[in-house]
Design a protein around this ligand. Structure first.
Ligand code: SF4
Length: 236
C-alpha cells in the first residue's frame, strides 16, 4: 500500500492489489475480498490497532453527529470489510463526527495480548482482547475480539457461544479457540496466523478466568516483555 509504484485499491481505487499474490505475511485470514490481483475489489489488508480491538470486546457504542442529526451505532458497525470498496475503512460518511464512545457497565475481567515481530515500531501480527464475566464458577459471558486478522476488529461469536455457561478448562478453551478460527483463509506467507490466534485466545481465556496465572506485565497497558509479547493488561 505504501509503495506508490505498486497497485493498491485502498490508496488508488481500481488499480488492483499487489499484496494478494505478493508479500502477504501480515495480511488477513478473515473477511478479505480476493478476486485476484487485478480486481478493483481485492484487498486483504488488516486492521492492526489495539484500542479498537479492545472496544470491540467491550461491546462499545459510537455516538455520531452530522448535519442529518445524531445517531448511535454498535462499535462492530464502525469499521468495515473491504467489500466492493477497499478504499473505505469505516462506515462513517464524510460529514460524520464521532462525539462519544459509550462503554457498557462491565463487572468482569479483561485481558489484552499482542504478538509482534519487534518490541517497538511494529504492529501486532495478531492481538486478542478478551472480556469474561463469571457467575460463580461458570462463565456467564465471554467476548473475544482479534486484531491483525481481518479488515476490522474480528469477533469470535462461535467461540463466545461455546463458553457461555461452562466451567473454565484448558480443553474448553482450546476447543473454543479452534471453533472461533474455523474458516480462516490463509496465503502462502501468513499460514501461521490461525495457530497463533488460537494460542492467544486459549491463553487469554485461561489467564482471564484465573485458570492460569497471568504472564507478562499486569496492570500496565502495553508493557513490553520478552518473547515478542508486547502487551498484557489486566483490569481487576
Ligand atoms: S491488501 Fe489492500 S491495502 Fe494492501 S496492497 Fe492490497 S489493496 Fe492495497
Amino acid at each position: 500500500m505504501r509503495d506508490p509504484a505498486q497497485p493498491c485499491n485502498k490508496r488508488d481505487p481500481g488499480s488492483g492489489c499487489a499484496a494478494v499474490r505478493g508479500f502477504n505475511r501480515l495480511h488477513a485470514i478473515f473477511g478479505q475480498t480476493d478476486e485476484g490481483p487485478k480486481s478493483p475489489f481485492t484487498c486483504i489488508a488488516v486492521h492492526p490497532s489495539d484500542m479498537a480491538v479492545a472496544m470491540a470486546a467491550l461491546d462499545a457504542a459510537i455516538v455520531i453527529e452530522s448535519g442529518r442529526g445524531a445517531r448511535r451505532i454498535a462499535f462492530d458497525d464502525l469499521h468495515r470489510l473491504p467489500g466492493n470498496d477497499p478504499s473505505r475503512d469505516t462506515n462513517l460518511a464524510p460529514d460524520d463526527l464521532i462525539v462519544a464512545i459509550e462503554l457498557p457497565a462491565f463487572h468482569g475481567r479483561s485481558h489484552y495480548l499482542k504478538v509482534r515481530d519487534r518490541a517497538s515500531y511494529a504492529y501486532g501480527l495478531v492481538s486478542s482482547a478478551i472480556t469474561v464475566e463469571m457467575d460463580g464458577d461458570q462463565i456467564a459471558r465471554a467476548r473475544i475480539a482479534l486484531g491483525g486478522i481481518a479488515h476490522k476488529p474480528w469477533r469470535l461469536p462461535a467461540a463466545e457461544a461455546m463458553l457461555a455457561g461452562e466451567r473454565p478448562s484448558e480443553d474448553l478453551f482450546r476447543r473454543a479457540a479452534a471453533a472461533g478460527l474455523e474458516g480462516a483463509r490463509t496465503y502462502p506467507m501468513n499460514g501461521y496466523k490461525p495457530e497463533l490466534a488460537r494460542v492467544l485466545v486459549a491463553r487469554g481465556l485461561a489467564e482471564t478466568t484465573g485458570l492460569e496465572p497471568l504472564q507478562g506485565a499486569a496492570g500496565t497497558a502495553f508493557a513490553a516483555s520478552v518473547g515478542g509479547i508486547a502487551g498484557v493488561r489486566e483490569v481487576a
